[in-house]
Ligand binder design. Structure first.
Ligand SMILES: [Zn+2]
Length: 340
């Protein structure tokens, strides 16, 4: 990929906007893309500029895009997106490209996980439905540590999986009470669904909200002896996969769990099985950051940001949509190569 065409590549992928046309500020001049010289790391850089000499409005190439507010060049961000999609550990990228500070890598992998969270929020799909069975359960994540006499508890996660579609939802919860769990269940599972769970007391009144509620008493057996299809093996195996391969063993803050679950679900639902996982993820970015194809009046100072990239760290891009949940995947797979 030729360096001087890279911004065009991002434009064609829908990741950078096209602000060409009559200037929205002066309504006289024409806005065109201008060469801005080479950056410190030798990349050709561009910006949008109004050609009317009394206006000279300047627009960053990154305006309104996923790349906006980052001091990294689009190319550098693209490298980090590739790293995220193809699961390169951050230390590998840090070793390969010395220019990326470790906190920059952390930030951008987080931003990519934000895209996953946002897309699930946008699609807002309930799992289950008529004829479907959804297994539900809660599980505790995070290691207990007893050093220095302190016990550090993990987080409780409530989740479910549709046996037929393998789609899931996961939600970090503070409590396992009915008041907490039932509204989540109603939000993420279709009411015409058969629910299967253990005999946790919070599930007592589920039958009032769903087609059917079947239970297996785990204190006695793991499969209901009266109906051997009544078990929670699918959700149990999901917990195993998530704990073994999806949630990093160390350093995961509690508030990060939801974004890891979103990442897991989005990979299963949108990336795995796609012809090109990178292209599939770029499409998701494009959906979360829909771009304008012509100029629109700006209300922010971002209009006049300098387009020149630099190596300095510190992206602080806020996510477009703040989210809290998850849903998703087709089927189990081996996540043994999944690491960060
Ligand atoms: Zn103008």
């Amino acid at each position: 990929m030729a360096t001087n065409n890279f911004s065009d590549y991002l434009y064609f992928k829908g990741l950078l906007g096209d602000f060409s046309g009559v200037c929205s500020r002066c309504n006289i001049g024409e806005v065109t893309k201008k060469y801005d010289g080479k950056s410190r790391n030798g990349e050709n850089t561009y910006f949008w500029r109004c050609n009317y000499h009394k206006c000279r409005k300047k627009i960053s190439l990154k305006r309104d895009s996923f790349f906006e507010k980052s001091q990294l060049s689009c190319q550098d961000v693209f490298i980090l997106i590739c790293g995220f999609v193809y699961k390169f550990p951050q230390y590998t990228i840090h070793q390969t490209y010395k220019k990326f500070a470790s906190h920059t890598l952390v930030d951008w992998y987080n931003f990519c996980r934000d895209v996953c969270s946002d897309i699930l929020l946008i699609d807002n799909k309930k799992i289950g439905g008529p004829g479907h069975v959804v297994e539900i359960d809660e599980s505790k994540f995070g290691k207990r540590k007893y050093d220095r006499g302190d016990k550090v508890d993990g987080v409780w996660v409530f989740g479910g999986i549709d046996r037929q579609t393998r789609e899931t939802f996961f939600q970090v919860v503070k409590h396992r009470s009915a008041e907490t769990l039932i509204p989540i269940l109603v939000e993420f599972v279709h009411p015409e669904t058969t629910i299967i769970s253990d005999c946790w007391k919070a599930y007592k009144n589920i039958k009032n909200q769903f087609f059917q509620h079947l239970t297996v008493n785990h204190s006695i057996h793991f499969v209901n002896p009266e109906d051997r299809s009544v078990h929670t093996n699918s959700i149990e195996s999901q917990w195993h996969v998530l704990k073994r391969t999806v949630i990093p063993a160390f350093g995961t803050r509690k508030h990060m769990y939801d974004s890891y679950f979103s990442n897991y679900c989005v990979r299963k639902r949108y990336l795995e099985g796609s012809e090109c996982q990178l292209k599939a993820f770029l499409k998701l970015i494009n959906r979360v950051y829909p771009l304008k194809t012509c100029q629109t009046p700006s209300t922010t100072a971002a209009t006049h940001t300098s387009p020149g990239p630099s190596i300095s760290p510190g992206p602080s891009r806020p996510s477009k949509v703040r989210k809290k949940i998850v849903s998703a995947p087709p089927e189990d797979s081996d996540f043994s190569d999944y690491e960060y």
